[in-house]
Design a protein around this ligand. Structure first.
Ligand code: FMN
Length: 264
């Protein structure tokens, strides 16, 4: 979305872009009649100028996306509604034997692009595996690559009895990978977005960190699965839950130290 300039005919000189730009790339001319855009300091590609301009006067290159228009100043859901989702959401390890449509999974993938990212370098890539044979192949490759002391026999026994020891017979596996090391920080946020979005669509998910670590330590196996040696920054399984929960379990509080003005 590189910013190209300002549509002078639309601009109402409100100066919101000047206040909002983290790089101070906007200014007003000496006669106070025109907002100027200068990309000399480099643009962060945050798009805040586009978001904040009441007149839609910012000119930009599109990113295979359109802007998202609000009816009101700000769209939000209540704390209570979000809190309920967060406290009732569980990592799902029992799935119905039913594929999710590609349209629904694309909705989950799509929402990840709106997660915050360091420097707006949106370099995270997704591999969606929905082919049962391919999933079986991955399970076989992992078991083959395991050492005996890593529970190889136990996993093997499970697999031979038709139990998926790693992905819980989930119908879909989503692997997030990238060659940008900053995605180690970005990916968990994108994945959290995806998992919360999946929840709203009636889908269950679970992060499979064990296989993520295994593949990172066995690049030759990863290459067979992914086709490259990018870093894997997350693996989640997705499907329709075959389990019903009646309550959210308790969690210990986050240890918090507060530093405030002494008068407070
Ligand atoms: C980074 C990360 C890695 C995880 N790896 C695994 C895993 O390999 N296998 C698994 O069954 N669950 C895995 N989980 C799920 C956690 O076990 C789960 O979040 C935790 O037990 C709490 O349950 P809840 O998500 O239902 O609240 C992982 C979760 C996270 C955040």
């Amino acid at each position: 979305m590189p910013i190209q300039g300002i549509d002078i005919a639309e601009c109402n000189l409100c100066k919101e872009c000047i206040k909002e730009c983290p790089k101070s790339n906007f200014s007003i001319n000496s006669t106070k009649t025109q907002i100027l855009f200068d990309n000399a300091k480099g643009c962060l590609l945050c798009g805040h100028c586009i978001a904040v301009c009441p007149k839609g006067a910012i000119i930009y290159e599109n990113m295979k996306d359109s802007t998202f228009e609000f009816e009101e100043h700000y769209n939000s859901i209540s704390y209570d509604a979000l809190y309920r989702v967060m406290r009732s959401k569980r990592s799902i390890r029992q799935f119905k034997n039913k594929k999710v449509t590609i349209e629904l999974i694309e909705k989950v993938i799509d929402c990840m692009r709106y997660a915050p990212t360091s420097m707006n370098k949106r370099t995270l890539k997704c591999l969606l595996i929905s082919d049962d044979k391919k999933i079986q192949e991955i399970i076989d490759l992992v078991i083959k690559g395991l050492d005996l002391d890593e529970g190889k026999e136990e996993y093997k026994k499970k697999r031979d009895n038709g139990i998926d020891p790693f992905f819980y017979n989930a119908p879909h596996i989503l692997i997030l990978h990238s060659d940008n090391e900053w995605d180690s920080k970005n990916a968990p946020i994108s994945i959290t977005y995806a998992m919360l979005c999946a929840e709203t669509l009636g889908l269950g998910s679970c992060w499979i960190g064990g296989i993520q670590i295994f593949l990172s330590e066995h690049k030759e196996i990863q290459k067979k699965i992914l086709g490259n040696d990018n870093n894997i920054y997350g693996i989640i399984i997705i499907g329709y839950p075959a389990v019903k929960y009646f309550r959210g379990p308790p969690r210990p509080p986050i240890e918090t130290k507060i530093i405030s003005n002494s008068s407070n």
